[in-house]
Design a protein around this ligand. Structure first.
Ligand SMILES: Nc1ncnc2c1ncn2[C@@H]1O[C@H](COP(=O)(O)OP(=O)(O)O)[C@@H](O)[C@H]1O
Ligand SMILES: [Mg+2]
Length: 454
């Protein structure tokens, strides 16, 4: 029997006045694999521990299969937990570690058959007579997993179970956990701060920030329609480009979103979403551009719904299967406070040698086809993007680290680009996010229903 787990308006404080979990409501269906995702310290472990009964719930309700379970003893909840630091008994063999909870549960029963079956499922049969000190990290974590699985608990809670393992092992175990929990069909709440892990494992992902639920949805939903700028920035690699913009809706001209020295011209007739933007006239907004919504192509090849801007190549990051191009577009990056990891600089920040106009002209000359792109907007003072006097761009990164460029674009590895080229860029406006100054998404409209799996 697998459980439905519901949290209704649950809050928790360790010290008076600071809620580490604040009004959390979540309904987890029987058999569902739900990932709780958020930066470290946002309350993920606290949520798990409240579900397990290891931590008291201050306010709100925990329901297990619809029954109020706030005051149930941990054992009565029939939930197994896997921790980050492989909690194995050092003086017991793997066999005894896996069998231990079974013996506690039913003192008369022989745990042998269940232990063997579990070990077979996890591929650790040959490790059953070893002690934890004779196991590698990955093997230990498999045994810890075995201990949770052998019990046939009605739900699993996993608290960053892979974070102590090296990257290769993590990927392998990640796939194993996904397969195993699917086969067992047991409700699982899995905690991680790693968005890639969350996206690859979860039926749904719940994003927490400072104890407050930001959004819950399928991996596709939270990626394609993030409710706010925090979710948009937390999910996706490379990190979404976030730029300060301003909506301009003149009575006698095209509506645009100004991005520093350039502007995105909204195609006419305006879409419903873009019409809704009109009320933002004159206001500052945050524009979110994922690296795949911008493509390097000249104006002549623009499709309906694409807007043209220009970028100066700052840095080319070769990734093998693709290239990430860092452009300077003369816009001003928006910074999301509290994000654990701001976009890392692709190279160590260093002051570039000042290049005379002759050098820049030569570089422009080499741009070839890309430059014959119709009326490209020339960005006047791109000559010295390192240090534009009084430029607001100097606050690009919270740490004071200067990032190369303000716009990262993903492209195929055959595209030949180099530092200093000026390149036309087409922006797919249907997939551009606009957030208000509070960080809430206003475009696409917040009540746009996700029809993503269609
Ligand atoms: N037992 C405790 N006593 C006091 N503060 C705690 C305790 N456990 C966690 N906290 C605090 O509560 C917040 C949330 O912690 P936690 O749930 O462990 O976050 P996460 O698992 O997301 O990293 C943190 O600020 C942490 O310092
Ligand atoms: Mg934790």
């Amino acid at each position: 029997m697998t459980r439905a787990i519901s949290l209704h308006d649950v809050s928790k404080s360790y010290t008076r006045g600071t809620r580490v979990v604040d009004g959390l409501s979540l309904d987890i269906a029987p058999g569902e694999f739900l990932v709780l995702l958020g930066p470290s310290g946002c309350g993920k472990s606290t949520v798990l521990r409240m579900i397990a009964g290891l931590e008291e719930i201050d306010e709100g309700e925990l329901l297990l299969d619809g029954e109020r379970a706030n005051d149930w003893q941990p054992a009565a909840r029939d939930i197994a937990m896997v921790f980050q630091n492989f909690a194995l008994y050092p003086s017991m063999t793997s066999r005894d570690n896996i069998g231990f909870p079974l013996r506690i549960e039913d003192r008369g029963a022989d745990p042998g058959p269940r232990v063997t079956a579990t070990a077979r499922m996890l591929g650790v049969e040959d490790l059953l007579d070893r002690y934890p000190s004779q196991l590698s990290g990955g093997e230990r974590q498999r045994i810890a997993m075995g201990r949770a699985i052998a019990r046939h608990a009605s739900a699993f809670l996993m608290d960053e179970p892979l974070s102590n393992l090296d990257a290769k092992l993590r990927n392998r175990l990640r796939a194993e956990i996904a397969q195993l929990t699917r086969e067992l069909g047991v409700t699982t709440v899995y905690v991680t701060h790693d968005q890639a892990e969350a996206m690859s494992l979860g039926d749904r992902v719940a994003v927490l920030r400072g104890g407050v639920l930001q959004q819950v949805g399928t991996p596709r939903e939270v990626y394609a329609l993030p409710r706010n700028v925090f979710v948009a920035a937390f999910i996706g690699v490379p990190r979404i480009n976030l730029l300060q913009g301003v909506v301009r809706a003149p009575l006698d001209g095209a509506m645009t979103i100004g991005l520093g020295k350039q502007a995105l011209r909204l195609p006419e007739p305006l879409s419903l979403d873009h019409r809704l933007l009109r009320v933002q006239q004159g206001r500052e907004v945050i524009v979110g551009l994922r690296s795949e919504v911008v493509r390097i192509a000249d104006r002549d090849s623009a499709r309906p719904g694409e807007a043209l801007i220009t970028g100066l190549v700052e840095h080319v990051e070769f990734q093998g299967h693709e290239i990430l191009v860092h452009f300077n577009t003369g816009s001003r990056p928006a910074v999301v406070p509290e994000l654990e990891a701001p976009r890392p600089a692709a190279r160590p920040p260093r002051r570039r040698r000042r290049e005379g106009p002759g050098m820049l002209d030569r570089l422009r000359g080499r741009a070839g086809a890309a430059l014959r792109a119709g009326p490209v907007v020339v960005l006047e003072d791109l000559e010295d993007p390192e240090d534009p006097p009084g430029s607001p761009a100097s606050d690009t990164a919270p740490s004071g680290v200067r990032l190369p460029g303000d716009l990262v674009v993903r492209t195929t590895p055959d595209v030949r680009l180099h530092h200093g080229m000026q390149v036309p860029l087409l922006v797919d406006l249907d997939r551009v996010f606009v957030f208000d100054q509070d960080g809430d998404r206003i475009c696409p409209s917040p009540d746009r229903l996700p029809d993503l799996d269609a």
